[in-house]
Design a protein around this ligand. Structure first.
Ligand code: PNS
Length: 157
């Protein structure tokens, strides 16, 4: 059974993230979406629990995808889940530079841990959680940026 982890801070999950999750769910038997702390991003808009619930609602239709919280090292989470692959989406060369380094660090922590890069679909290449937060702050319609259940919930508020 091929198990993969799709990690991130997901503040909030975007349609670009969901696209990568759906594609990973086709490639692997099981995908764990792991909501983590990114120490470089110190003022999140949503709590980890809110982000987790947003993801769970967004992936409810995918039978082989589960979402969880983890506050430790990603390599430890992967080992605990028996996952030999991390999945990362790449939008640009800047993403690649960062992700290439992280892949090396993670492999240094556990040598069996590979990172698989999926290029962002063209429609989502400019998508980011930063942009989604900006749209939320300015009260813009959200269904073009975040999964439909998340857009509905946030627009109600
Ligand atoms: O969505 P993000 O913010 O780009 O995700 C970055 C994240 C959370 C995947 C990264 O910061 C991470 O892996 N944090 C967990 C701590 C860890 O394992 N660090 C070592 C690898 S850099």
């Amino acid at each position: 059974m091929k198990i993969a982890i799709y990690p991130g801070s997901f503040d909030p999950i975007t349609l670009g993230h969901l696209d990568i999750i759906c594609r990973a769910a086709d490639l692997f038997d099981k995908v764990y979406v792991c909501v983590m702390v990114n120490c470089e991003k110190s003022h999140p808009m949503f709590t980890p629990q809110q982000r987790l619930e947003q993801i769970r609602r967004s992936v409810a239709h995918l039978g082989n995808v589960e979402a969880e919280l983890w506050s430790g090292l990603l390599a430890d989470y992967a080992r605990e889940k028996g996952a030999s692959c991390l999945v990362k989406g790449l939008r640009s060369a800047t993403d690649f530079d960062q992700e290439y380094q992280m892949a090396a660090i993670n492999r240094g922590l556990w040598e069996q841990l590979e990172t698989v890069f999926l290029p962002a679909s063209p429609a989502y290449q400019h998508f980011s959680s930063t942009m989604a937060r900006e749209m939320i702050r300015y009260g813009q319609p959200l269904e073009r940026y975040v999964p439909e259940p998340v857009a509905r919930e946030l627009e109600k508020k």
